[in-house]
Design a protein around this ligand. Sequence first.
Ligand code: AMP
Length: 292
Amino acid sequence: MTLVVGQTKVAGVKIIRHIAEMQATATALKRAGRRLALVPTMGALHAGHATLIRRARACDAATVVSIYVNPTQFGPQEDFNRYPRDIEADAALCAGESVDIIFAPLDAEMYAGNAASTWVEETALAKRLEGERRPGHFRGVCTVVAKLFNIVQPDIAAFGQKDFQQLAVITRMVRDLGYPIEILPVPIVREADDLALSSRNRYLNPTERAQATILWQALSAAQKLFATGEHRAAPLQASLLRTLQLVPAIRLDYAEIVSAATLEPVTDVQTGAVALLAVYLGQTRLIDNAIF
Ligand code: AMP
């Protein structure tokens, strides 16, 4: 269902479409002494997003969920056009989580003339992994999140560990640019069979959906090996690859073990290091990770 501009409520939740109105509302709420918590999303909301919303609400703040499929973080061959959009279902989920405001800005206001001429770019943590495979991705993410921070003026913003590198990059951007915002990291929410929830899981056909559980199996096998005392990265990475190879349909993009602080590969794996996976199943690219 498409959203009619001018509509002020969907499924009972206040929906704001204009930047000026969102800024004015945020300013008024803050003058009234309210703290604001922002949950940035691209919509197609699921139980992972609901957990972010609950964490944000627990901060005793007015909760704003932004829903915006940000064109600048998609590469030319990526799924921007077919990314799932369903504002009715999203608003129903937000209503169930007692969200105060949905901010669903218009492309014409977010990117006047369909482009950005001012960019925000983190250049250290964004370099490798997703940044290397998806050139311009984190520049798009940082730019849109900086815009959202300036528009919504949150005190708190929740981000999922599902996108581990994104969380690291945003945390760094907040520090570097001096945003007075507390970043709330939220652990990965998984399906009953441990597949990490993702809006992109709906691209998977039933066979691929069953095969996708291999990501968590690979991560948990490596974690178990670590727990037995194996702290060398090479055998832990070999274990990741061995498990992934059990599903020949999987095309590996990367499987790395990195420092959570620098996102650079480690040879000696300490507690707190992170294993990061990106694979293709058919046309669908899936990512997952686990902290040792
Ligand atoms: P997205 O709508 O996919 O851009 O995600 C919006 C936010 O929800 C990001 O901070 C994601 O990391 C987070 N998120 C998405 N899926 C999950 C999940 N399964 N568990 C925790 N957070 C998630």
